[in-house]
Design a binder for this molecule. Structure first.
Ligand code: DC
Length: 237
């Protein structure tokens, strides 16, 4: 059976990461989080005091940075919860997996991601990482730019309130106190930046399957995607 390239795109809080991870687990594929690359670079820019409004400096920083996603493939059908497919993010050899999830890094990442030169470098890395197939890659432009010929393209979406609520819960669980109303505003602001930027704006690919999971949980979303993937694997499309 042919190993597919599965692209999962969608706005913040649409459940891409959890769904993509679980799909990878169900299929025995490798999970790749392209957003983690933008986050890692943003983290480095914040650490070094590189201005987030300087495209030239950000591009130079990207060209001097090595980002490794260490993904582990899980066995097909393995039990949920005990071994969600792991992904460690290394920046110039340093593990930044947890550091890049902080709220200020989220905002900074969406600023770094508007720079075309940064995108060019990171997209090349993403293509290298996914080209042999058997991957579930999530992001904003995977089905439109990174892998326009992906075997299966999914665009996940949900209402802004539900997306903000999901993010709010994530921060709560990490002990980061964030006001709910402020979270909705932040999600709206990141939506605006992701959708209106000139370089690779967030839009569903023409042939993407659009899944609104406002009323679906991770497991339902992931099983739906895995079912579509298995169908493609069998047909060898
Ligand atoms: O999915 P995320 O929240 O971890 O992504 C962080 C930021 O990176 C987000 O603001 C959008 C940007 N991003 C992007 O522009 N293109 C991608 N393929 C992935 C993420």
């Amino acid at each position: 059976m042919r190993k597919l390239i599965i692209a999962i795109d969608g706005p913040v809080g649409s459940g891409k990461s959890s769904a993509a991870r679980r799909v990878a687990e169900l299929l025995g594929y490798t999970y790749l989080d392209s957003g983690a690359m933008y986050r890692a670079l943003a983290w480095k820019a914040l650490e070094r005091g590189v201005p987030l409004d300087s495209p030239d400096q950000l591009e130079a920083l990207a060209s001097q940075t090595r980002i490794d996603l260490e993904a582990a493939s899980a066995a097909p059908g393995s039990a949920r919860g005990n071994a969600l497919t792991g992904l460690r993010v290394r920046l110039d050899g340093v593990d930044v997996t947890e550091a890049i999830r902080r709220a200020e890094v989220s905002q900074a990442a969406s600023k770094v991601a508007v720079v075309p030169g940064v995108r060019r470098l990171l997209v090349a890395e993403q293509r290298r990482a996914g080209r042999s197939g058997g991957v579930v890659m999530e992001g904003r432009d995977i089905g439109t730019v990174v892998f326009p010929d992906a075997d299966l393209k999914i665009y996940l979406d949900a209402s802004v309130e539900v997306r903000a609520e999901r993010r709010w819960r994530e921060h709560q669980q990490k002990g980061e106190a964030i006001d709910r109303a402020r979270m909705i505003e932040e999600v709206r602001e990141r939506d605006r930046r992701d959708r209106s930027r000139e370089a690779s704006p967030l839009v569903p690919a023409a042939n993407a399957v659009v899944v609104d999971n406002t009323a679906m949980d991770v497991e339902e979303t992931a099983r739906l995607i895995a079912m579509l993937a298995r169908d493609k694997e069998k047909k060898g499309i």
